[in-house]
Design a protein around this ligand. Structure first.
Ligand SMILES: [Zn+2]
Length: 666
């Protein structure tokens, strides 16, 4: 090889390394390295956040420290040790009542066995299971003795591993799955809210420091818009491992003076603020474009949103078209559907067992009726589903067919549906819940899924075929689903999008798992739809028991969980829609998860949904065109009516274009 080709060779190796090191980080919320210069917006224009944290429930915290904090109304976080709490139980209960946060700090405080006192509880001898059990019991202690729950953890000695040598494991993922934050110890830098991992928060030592030393840290954090977490142990006038009362007093005085621009609060409140803020920024980044109105200078302009581009949808019951719903309910059902949703999915109508329960008696009328209604109302409809291989949902007559007959029948069904409804269904679920049951593959071999896709495309070459499954967003079957999707793509099956059902949680859901699942699925660069959302879900006390009545507390929780779920999904760039699986108590497989009660009164969750979709994430603005004749506003992607004077135009602002220009000057 000559010099030039050598150079090219090394250059291309280098380039590959650079490309590898830059891939796969695109889907986080706030954080990527390109954003290091952006300053985070703390509440009320504050320049930084400051959290005071103290460990081990040392007696001086109750006896001396907390009364001092209370003098300033400063709320701190205390990562407790159960044994010490029991020596001042009443004091700790009062601290909780006064707004201080209690964090988990394990039960036995395991650290490296290099500390002689930790030799019989050395991290080197721990396993992840043992750690999990210990953290669970610390959580139970906090709940039972102090009557509060916790979302914050501090690593004893700041150490984050268990095991030794090649068997060492990090327990950071365990903390990330159990808590909203995990605080370290003896770190050097404050936390950058755009970059920091909440499961590995930096904490700087407060013990033994003077206020002048701390002030330097505060000034650095302020200059960079960061979150400074200080950590200490004893709170006293002097001593080993002691945060000095004099220093704490000066910090509180400084931080509570509004002139100094410091937001001082406990870890939970700051972590929650950052989480919410990053989601909202991600929503603005991923869901908003720009409307540019060109008019005569000084014209009055109004911009009114008519619908979202993002799919906020719901399943449609067979009753919409089978004549079985009483007329008055049907009227409400249709009105409320149009009022709340811009997209739909057939709940049961398109399923093979529903269309052809007996051999050769195919009923198209319900599907026809639903399609007619959705088309009249400009509602795109998902076709759920062409096939569903969970054995108990396969009709007995199909099970009696020979292999050859079965193959023929499947071909006929796939092609007949897509041909008959060509161009009318927005997309289809090809073979529902394949990772949970695949009757057709068991009968006819692994190639059958590819055949299904081919047959469907023969009927309609533009048919969009989705996979659709459950226990994905809870994380339980995420890895299986990823493997499964990879294998389908490898076989050349034209998967157009990924359906995730979104009803496998209980009364609440795991935020970390949801985010992690969406980040993971995003690597396929296919649209992700949450296809069958219910809150509460299938693992709640409300599933299968229609007699459990929702208390007002249950109603509030449902509203909060629904809002958080929608916010996380709407913030995620890979998600293109969320469809509920029922919205009315009179017609919903989990009645408690409805937006409307049996009598059509709206539930708090219904109100919460409407507030998000039609208020918070909705653009209605008016103003005046500038001297250049321009009126420019950021707006959620969707359909708009733009009015200048007496002229109105309807326009689409779509994500793939990012902006829409409307001309009124002609
Ligand atoms: Zn400790």
């Amino acid at each position: 090889m000559n010099k030039k080709s050598n150079y090219l060779k090394y250059f291309s190796i280098l380039l590959t390394i650079v490309m590898i090191s830059n891939s796969g980080f695109g889907q986080t919320y706030g954080g990527n390295s390109a954003e290091t210069n952006r300053k985070f917006a703390w509440p009320e224009g504050k320049k930084m956040a400051l959290s005071l944290t103290f460990d081990d429930a040392r007696l001086s915290q109750i006896d001396k420290g907390i009364p001092l904090l209370d003098k300033y109304g400063v709320k701190a976080t205390f990562y407790i040790q159960p044994g010490n709490v029991l020596q001042r139980t009443e004091g700790w209960k009062k601290a909780v009542k006064d707004g201080h946060e209690i964090g988990n700090h394990s039960v036995f405080h395991p650290c490296s066995g290099n500390f002689a006192w930790s030799r019989n509880k050395a991290l080197e001898d721990y396993t992840l299971q043992k750690m999990k059990a210990e953290l669970d019991s610390a959580n139970r202690f906090i709940k039972e003795v102090l009557g509060t729950s916790t979302s914050s953890f501090a690593y004893p000695c700041g150490q984050t591993y268990v095991g030794r040598g090649i068997n060492t494991k990090s327990y950071v993922p365990l903390i990330a799955s159990m808590f909203k934050s995990g605080r370290g110890w003896l770190n050097e830098a404050p936390n950058d809210p755009y970059y920091c991992d909440p499961a590995q928060l930096n904490a700087t030592e407060l013990d033994g420091k003077t206020f002048e030393q701390i002030l330097k840290l505060i000034e650095t954090a302020k200059a960079n818009g960061q979150w400074l977490v200080l950590a200490g142990h004893e709170m006293n006038d002097s001593g080993n491992q002691t945060s000095l009362l004099q220093t704490i007093d000066a910090i509180c005085k400084y931080a509570t003076d509004p002139a100094n621009g410091v937001w001082i609060d406990n870890v939970r409140n700051v972590a929650e603020y950052i989480e919410r803020k990053l989601l909202d920024e991600s929503i603005a980044r991923n869901r908003k474009g720009e409307i540019i109105v060109k008019a005569r200078p000084g014209s009055k302009v109004s911009v009114e949103q008519l619908r979202h581009e993002f799919w906020f949808g719901c399943a449609i019951s067979n009753s919409l078209a089978d004549g079985k719903m009483p007329e008055s309910d049907l009227k409400q059902y249709k009105e409320k559907f149009i009022l709340n949703f811009n997209s739909a999915v057939t709940e049961n109508a398109l399923k093979w067992y529903s269309m052809e329960p007996r051999k050769d008696e195919v009923n198209y009328s319900v599907v026809d009726g639903i399609l007619k209604w959705t088309e009249e109302n400009n509602i795109p409809l998902r076709g759920h589903n062409l096939f569903w291989g969970i054995s108990k949902f396969v009709q007995p007559w199909i099970k009696e067919l020979s292999d050859d007959e079965l193959r023929k029948r499947m071909q006929e069904r796939a092609t007949a549906i897509t041909q008959k409804y060509k161009g009318r269904f927005a997309e289809y679920d090809l073979n529902n819940e394949m990772i949970h049951g695949n009757y057709y593959e068991e009968r006819l071999g692994p190639e059958i899924t590819k055949m299904m896709a081919q047959w469907a495309m023969e009927g309609d070459p533009n048919a969009k075929l989705f996979v659709n499954d459950y226990e994905i967003l809870t994380g339980k079957r995420l890895t299986d689903y990823m493997t499964h999707i990879r294998s389908l793509l490898k076989q050349g099956i034209p998967i157009a999008g990924i359906g995730v059902q979104g009803h496998s949680h209980g009364e609440t859901f795991d935020r970390q798992q949801l985010k992690n699942a969406l980040d993971s699925l995003a690597i396929f660069k296919l649209p992700v739809r949450v296809t069958e959302f219910n809150m509460p879900g299938q693992n709640s006390k409300f599933y299968g028991n229609r007699k459990v009545v929702m208390t007002p507390e249950d109603e509030d929780l449902k509203a909060k969980e629904l809002s958080d779920y929608f916010r996380i999904c709407f913030a995620h760039p890979a998600v293109e829609g969320i469809l509920m699986w029922g919205f009315w108590e009179g017609n919903n497989w989990i009645p408690a998860s409805s937006m409307y009660r049996r009598d059509w009164s709206i539930t708090p969750a219904g109100e919460a949904y409407r507030n998000l979709v039609f208020k918070e994430w909705w653009t209605n603005e008016s103003g005046t065109a500038g001297k250049d004749g321009l009126y420019v506003i950021p707006a959620f992607y969707g359909k708009y009516k733009v009015t200048v004077g007496k002229v109105s135009k309807v326009i689409d602002l779509i994500k793939s274009e990012g902006k829409a220009v409307v001309e009124f000057r002609k």
